[in-house]
Design a protein around this ligand. Structure first.
Ligand SMILES: [Zn+2]
Ligand SMILES: [Zn+2]
Ligand SMILES: [Zn+2]
Length: 139
């Protein structure tokens, strides 16, 4: 996936931080935290710039949040391209490997529909499965 094309598709002006940060996500096979980005990008951008860029991507449906079990928020690319400014429209499972600590999107595994009791309003579902990932299991 080309970063420039992706930004254009979402009508976002391509700035250096946007291009570099989005690049990290298209290159990575697993979800990245704010700290991962800081480490990968060195001192290229300050915390605020990274934070703002992530926020823009979240709001525009390019990235979604991946909630980790230790409370760290990670982010991953929205693979479906169905996400928009209004809402994210995917409900897939996330998998956290206990061995390498990486979390990835299992885009093909859908979260079953859960019906809520009367009076409850649905916002989003987060399903995190713990285990050993494919790479670690085979290695
Ligand atoms: Zn999304
Ligand atoms: Zn692993
Ligand atoms: Zn995901």
């Amino acid at each position: 996936m080309n970063t420039q094309t992706l930004l254009k598709e979402f009508n976002l002006r391509n700035t250096l931080p946007r291009t570099c940060i989005l690049d990290e996500f298209t290159k990575s096979s697993y979800a990245l935290s704010h700290n991962d980005l800081e480490n990968n990008l060195g001192n290229k951008f300050d915390r605020v710039t990274i934070y703002r860029t992530l926020k823009t991507f979240l709001e525009n449906g390019i990235l979604h949040k991946v909630l980790d079990d230790d409370g760290i928020v990670k982010y991953a690319i929205c693979a479906t391209h169905d996400c928009s400014h209004e809402q994210h429209s995917h409900s897939h499972v996330h998998f956290k490997c206990n061995f390498c600590g990486q979390t990835n999107c299992l885009n093909d595994i859908a979260i079953p529909n859960i019906s809520l009791p009367k009076g409850y309003k649905f916002h989003e579902t987060n399903v995190l499965i713990n285990g050993i990932c494919k790479d670690c299991n085979e290695g």
